[in-house]
Design a protein around this ligand. Structure first.
Ligand code: UD1
Length: 419
């Protein structure tokens, strides 16, 4: 178990580089199964979740090698062997191999991923879509088994724009017989990154970034080796941006695509934070207290649920009362109790949190319940009056590349305690 000892009273200053996006890397790694050959993936972040996906690929028979942030996957010898409960429990997103394994082999068996700290996270849209592509699905003894001789193109309308379901269906449809149209899909930038990778290996996908995808199926023999560069992590970058605001610092985050940060930057500007946007960087000048703002999490390009806990930490110290409504995940307020321990004044009513800004937060012993909750508590702790001890930082390691090194280079004082 790892803990962070975090000194309060930091004012971050300097430049920090965002790593490649976790949520773009995972589907691209899963998609590398499809081409039965080599893929070179650049700007891969050093994260526990990425290691789990590499382990899944190795378990399936891929040869995976890494050199700094470049990962090479050779999927020539992959077989659709069962993905055990042990691998699924390590990371929910292992379910992203469902579409690519089914597309390439016509068979996949994975342990049911189950719920997690932030919600029940069903797979119904993934499975319904695969059925529409002609797969037969059996769910028994905690496993999902999907089979099809060859998937067939279909018209699919998603009930809601699930990111994972869109990715799985996009990957499955690449090798289907005929054209697949998927409406009401997720529009997140990570989908565009996946589309670019799939097209680079010889797939025919159009429409990523809009609400309709069109995929013209090709044959396995049409697919070829390819290289791809993962887009910068907009959530990691967003977290550093909020870190600058909450600590009253002066931080430039480089290697960003500013457009991907628009929903966050708009809210921060509304809260009175000084922001200068360059071609590939964002500079934030924290100028004292922020103003209260209301936030409702929505699918992209709405305000990202993955930035909700970090914004709550910031708004805990705002002037006035903010209201945050979480519409994506039903149980994503686990950080509230921990922020309250630090002196935040927050009341939760169903999916809404009412945050009355306080003048100061005090350091405390707190616990990360999930990845972004952990990130939010680091922010609160850096801005608090005294030292904090943050437990369960394994959650943070899932999604932040060298978090304490990056913060410490900006003047924070975070020590990892290993016990
Ligand atoms: C992805 C991101 C995660 C982010 C989330 C929402 C990855 C690896 N993870 O997760 O960081 O918080 O998008 O932006 O990219 N749902 C169903 N049925 C389904 C699938 C989803 O009801 O079959 C519901 C979920 O319970 C949730 C909502 O749809 O309430 C959104 O989930 P989804 O977009 O699928 O999130 P993930 O892809 O799991």
């Amino acid at each position: 178990m790892h803990k962070f000892m975090i000194a309060g009273g930091s004012h971050l200053k300097g430049t920090v580089r965002a790593s490649g996006s976790k949520n773009a890397t995972l589907p691209v790694l899963a998609a590398s199964i499809l081409n039965a050959g080599k893929s070179v993936i650049k700007e891969v972040p050093g994260l526990v979740d990425v290691s789990v996906m590499k382990d899944v690929l190795v378990h399936l028979g891929a040869r995976v090698s890494c050199e700094k942030d470049v990962v090479e996957v050779d999927s020539s010898d992959i077989q659709p062997v069962e993905i055990s409960e042990e691998l699924m429990r390590r990371m929910r997103a292992s379910n992203l191999v469902l579409g690519s394994l089914l597309g390439r082999f016509g068979y996949v068996k994975i342990s049911y991923p189950g719920g997690c700290q932030i919600g029940s996270r069903p797979m119904n849209l993934h499975l319904k879509g695969l059925q529409m592509l002609g797969a037969t699905i059996h769910e028994k003894y905690g496993y999902i088994i999907a089979e099809a001789k060859r998937l067939t193109g279909a018209d699919i309308h998603l009930d809601l724009p699930s990111v994972g379901a869109t990715e799985n269906l996009m990957m499955a449809a690449i090798l289907a017989d005929g054209v697949t149209t998927i409406r009401n899909v997720a529009k997140e930038p990570e989908l565009v990154c996946l589309q670019n990778y799939l097209n680079s290996i010889g797939g025919h996908v159009m429409g990523a970034g809009t609400d309709t995808l069109k995929i013209e199926g090709v044959h396995l023999s049409d697919l070829k080796p390819a290289a791809c560069t993962v887009i910068p992590d907009r959530i990691e970058a967003g977290t550093y941006i909020v870190a600058a605001a909450i600590t009253g610092g002066d931080v430039t985050v480089v290697n960003v695509i500013p457009e991907h940060l628009d929903p966050l930057l708009a809210k921060l500007r509304e809260a009175g934070v000084n922001i200068a946007v360059g071609a590939n960087d964002v500079r934030v000048l924290g100028n004292g207290k922020v103003k209260a703002v209301d936030i409702k999490t929505m699918p992209y390009p709405g305000f990202p649920t993955d930035m909700q806990p970090q914004m709550m930490a910031l708004l805990s110290l705002a002037e006035g009362t903010s209201v945050i409504t979480e519409t994506i995940f039903e149980n994503r307020f686990k950080h509230v109790g921990e922020l309250q321990r630090m002196g935040a004044d927050i009341k939760v009513e169903g999916r809404t949190a009412i945050i009355k800004g306080v003048n100061r937060l005090s350091g405390a012993n707190v616990e990360a319940s999930d990845l972004r909750a952990g990130a939010a508590l680091v922010l609160a702790a850096m801005a608090a009056d005294d030292n904090s001890l943050l437990d369960n930082v394994e959650h943070i390691d899932r999604g932040y590349d060298q978090l304490e090194d990056k913060y410490n280079a900006l003047g924070a004082r975070i020590i990892r305690i290993n016990n």
